[in-house]
Design a protein around this ligand. Structure first.
Ligand SMILES: Cc1ncc(COP(=O)(O)O)c(C=O)c1O
Length: 383
């Protein structure tokens, strides 16, 4: 079986985890702090908080940005459900923004139109969640202009995009946004098994995220409500969660981050090879980024130009090539349909029904890539 993606684990990773297993701290130890510092340095962000998933990171980001049941949050329509669920955890109303039909990234013209309408109704969003789908950067400069004009917070869901660039900056630098979240799930650019991170340049957001990730408990004597208490004393000041990443996971993350350049260059080489291998009238490879931004190539999403995408999907799975579809537009899920009658969005419907994620991961061999491509070409002839 050839998967659409998989983790890359070597002996260094295993040794790094073993070392923590033999140390004093399995959690709440030095590896977490080091991992946070190294990811912040890599992305160019001032602050970082490691947590146990990107879903937790999204939830904490929403809390830090002050989202509540009176707010509206705008979310890119094509993403994993967590990108929108984080707003629902706090009872906010979710509106979905249409996407570009070929990239799946937020259609900024559609967003602008929604903002114009929302302003008329005095219902501007508190937060816009923009997803860098497949690792391709969304147009952050345009988003930033709209953010200034309409006064929303910008949250980058970079679950797919660690290592991607936008106009010379790393995704995660928060040059244009308030908070960026990352995922370290096994199929992502680096892994900690489960894991995620919030990145921000804003000290207040950082403090809130840090506190809510660990029960809302405060140990720092200067920050206690009650002064002159005994050494054992700590206070819970907010209703937080246990969203902590363990040191075992952080050690794996540090070891993985050491190899990120190699992971990215292999992903980019595979992405460069596919268009040469997949020349067919009915198949469109991802369009090159016109601004020269570098994708992290978490996913390689082909576009099937006729209505036979499901045929291709089923036939490839039958041959042991575990292709995947990313994603059903979030508004189509029964939970969201039970909230209100979300209308279908043109770009999201096209992207969902015509794309297919084909295998791409660092250690995919050339032979496998050629075999996958040959299968696709043969099936495309039958479509
Ligand atoms: C775009 C996006 N956001 C958020 C998440 C949630 O990540 P996690 O599984 O780390 O909670 C995912 C997971 O695949 C994702 O693809």
């Amino acid at each position: 079986m050839i998967p659409y993606s998989t983790q890359t684990i070597d002996n260094d990773d295993i040794e790094a985890v073993k070392e923590v297993l033999q140390s004093d701290y399995l959690t709440c130890g030095p590896a977490v702090k080091r991992f946070e510092t190294e990811v912040a340095t890599y992305t160019g962000s001032r602050f970082s908080v490691a947590v146990n998933s990107c879903t937790s990171a999204l939830h904490l980001a929403m809390i830090a940005l002050g989202v509540d049941s009176k707010c509206t949050v705008f979310v890119s329509a094509v993403s994993f459900v967590a990108s929108a669920n984080c707003a629902r955890f706090l009872g906010a109303d979710v509106s979905f923004v249409d996407v570009d039909k070929y990239t799946g990234n937020m259609n900024i013209d559609a967003l602008e139109q929604m903002l114009i309408e929302a302003k008329k109704k005095n219902k501007l969003p508190k937060v816009v969640v923009a997803v860098h789908l497949s690792g391709r950067a969304v147009d952050l400069e345009r988003l930033y202009k709209l953010k200034l004009e309409y006064g929303f917070y910008l949250l980058e869901d970079a679950a797919h995009a660690l290592g991607a660039t936008y106009r010379g900056s790393m995704i995660g630098s928060n040059k244009y946004s308030d908070i960026t979240v990352l995922s370290f799930h096994p199929v992502k650019i680096i892994t900690t098994a489960e894991g995620g991170m919030c990145l921000t340049n804003n000290e207040r957001f950082y403090s809130i995220i840090k506190s809510y990730a660990a029960h809302g408990i405060v140990h720092d004597k200067d920050k206690l409500v009650n002064k002159n208490m005994p050494a054992y004393y700590y206070e819970m000041q907010e209703l937080g969660f246990n969203y902590r990443l363990s040191d075992l996971q952080a050690a794996l993350g540090i070891s993985q981050l050491n190899k990120i350049d190699d992971f990215l260059s292999k992903r980019r080489a595979h992405a460069k090879a596919y268009p040469e291998l997949l020349k067919h009238d009915l198949i469109k490879c991802p369009v090159p980024d016109s601004q020269g931004n570098e994708s992290s190539w978490h996913l390689y999403q082909l576009i099937v130009l006729n209505d036979k995408r499901d045929y291709l999907f089923n036939a490839l799975r039958d041959k042991g090539i575990f292709v995947q579809i990313h994603y059903l537009p979030i508004y189509r899920h029964p939970y969201y349909q039970s909230l209100k009658n979300y209308p279908p969005l043109e770009g999201a419907e096209y992207f969902f029904s015509h794309t297919i994620s084909i295998p791409l991961y660092p250690n995919m061999t050339k032979v496998d890539q050629q075999m996958v491509s040959a299968c696709i070409l043969k099936l495309a002839d039958e479509m």
